[in-house]
Ligand binder design. Structure first.
Ligand code: BES
Ligand code: MN
Ligand code: MN
Length: 446
């Protein structure tokens, strides 16, 4: 078997494990995915490969520290995946990796199993070739990224010495376009929670009491409309105060990215119209502005047929995406204050945070970022671009806060990889080129 065949074989094995962190029923699969990675790291030639168990899903750790005087890099990925539903929209089953054309389809292919294996394979390749590495490396791979789990934060806060490094390398982002090597320098943060709204003590007959009784589901609708208008402006006092506008240089760089809005609207997002703040450009809306979204509303009667009732309570799942220099705790306080102002008469509304993560923005003026751009340009044959992303990777802000190190986000996914959606896939040529790019990067740093 050639190396490439073996990489693919291992990827398929990893993708068959349904390691869904949001669903407790999949705990055995979480354990299985962690063990798979530990064994892979051992086989790759890393030392002290093991699981860090305590509370939560195990962290996977491994190291190779025999390059005195050379930089130490902390390599991060996550082995947990999102739930695969809706199942009937998958062309091939989510945990039976299937190759069609140059893509491999499976939940986790791009987010983040394929990209995590790119990092390990790059190190393995160098160790097999030379018997040693040009730099020191520490792997820290988690299994709670997709569920907003906080155990990695506890670990990083408690044991900063053990994972001390000069920079972190994270492969959990996308390239701006196929063939266009991309380093992501900014991510949004997030506050995710539930809005609990309570009206009467119990459900009421809607004919007998309609006209007098408050309706919590209607209240949620009114609250949402008051908090965000039709132009996408969020009416939470103070929320925009810390928002840093992108620099002139960054705006210019974004304007030069190869991009067709109509194609984006019709082929990637597939919507009738793009929405959001009309006076703000698209990339700024996606990468440098906060959002307020409702993800689901539970309450009242949703069964077959008709039932005339005014529900006593309702819950909405909400999130805010945050950008530099917003702070999650402050954003929650601002939301709570705004809720007090807009809550309709007769109901009580309470926001309960489920998880949060700070936004991050790294300076391109770092040797770790520049070397990554050079390595990616060499391997992909095109100039590397710097972009941001609207998504969140909680650990990036935490590495900055607890270790004071920059994160180099070398992503190898593509915009049409269907992350978190049916038919998630990974473009296999990027899998192999990613391995070469990361290996080249480590050589350059050494
Ligand atoms: N890898 C993604 C984030 C991402 C996607 C970054 C695309 C850049 C481009 C990550 O796994 C993710 O989905 N994060 C969650 C975080 C949340 C659950 C705390 C997100 O952004 O919703
Ligand atoms: Mn991810
Ligand atoms: Mn994800």
């Amino acid at each position: 078997m050639t190396d490439k065949e073996r990489y693919l074989d291992e990827l398929q094995h990893f993708l068959r494990i349904p390691s869904i962190s949001t669903d407790p029923a999949h705990q055995p699969d979480i354990a299985c995915a962690a063990v798979f990675l530990r064994d892979k790291l051992k086989r790759a030639g890393l030392r002290n490969a093991g699981l860090i168990e305590g509370c939560g899903n195990p962290l996977v750790y491994a190291e190779w520290l025999d390059a005195p005087g050379k930089p130490t890099l902390l390599l991060y990925g996550h082995y947990d995946v999102q739930p695969p539903d809706p199942l009937d929209e998958w062309i091939s089953p989510p945990f039976e990796p299937t190759i069609r054309g140059e893509n491999i389809y499976a939940r986790g292919a791009a987010d983040d199993k394929g990209l995590t294996l790119i990092l390990i394979n790059a190190v393995e390749k160098l160790l097999h070739q030379h018997g040693r590495l040009p730099v020191n490396v520490k792997f820290l791979i988690e299994g709670e990224e997709e569920s907003g789990g906080r155990h990695i934060e506890e670990y990083v806060a408690a044991k900063p010495e053990r994972i001390r490094a000069d920079a972190a390398i994270i492969s959990d982002t996308e390239m701006f376009a196929p063939e266009l090597p991309t380093i992501c320098v900014g991510l949004r943060g997030i506050v995710y929670g539930e809005l609990h709204v309570e009206g009467a003590e119990q459900d009421l007959h809607s004919g007998v009491y309609g006209g007098a009784a408050p309706n919590p589901i209607q209240a949620i609708a009114e609250i949402l409309c008051a908090l965000k208008d039709r132009d996408g402006h969020i009416h939470i006092p103070g929320l925009y105060d810390r928002v840093q506008p992108p620099s002139e240089d960054e705006r210019c760089a974004w304007a030069k990215l190869p991009f067709d809005v109509e194609e984006y609207r019709t082929k990637e997002v597939k919507v009738r119209a793009l929405t959001g703040e009309p006076e703000v450009t698209l990339f700024e809306r996606l990468w440098a502005r906060p959002t307020l979204e409702v993800h689901g509303i539970r309450g009242g009667f949703t069964g077959e047929g008709a039932k005339t009732v005014i529900a006593a309570r309702a819950v909405a799942k909400l999130s805010m995406r945050l950008v530099a220099d917003q702070r999650p705790d402050e954003a929650v306080s601002q939301l709570e204050a705004a809720l007090k102002d807009v809550c309709p008469r007769g109901v009580a509304a309470e926001f309960r945070t489920l998880h949060s993560a700070p936004p991050s923005l790294v300076s391109t003026d770092s040797r770790y970022i520049r070397a990554a751009a050079i390595a990616m340009t060499e391997v992909f044959g095109n100039e590397t671009v710097y972009t941001r992303s609207g998504g969140s990777i909680p650990i990036v802000g935490l590495f900055d806060r607890y270790l004071g190190i920059p994160s180099v986000m070398m992503g190898f996914g593509l915009p049409d990889d269907n992350l978190h959606s049916p038919n998630e896939k990974l473009f296999l040529p990027n899998f192999y080129r990613g391995i070469d790019a990361v290996a080249r990067y480590l050589e350059l740093l050494g």
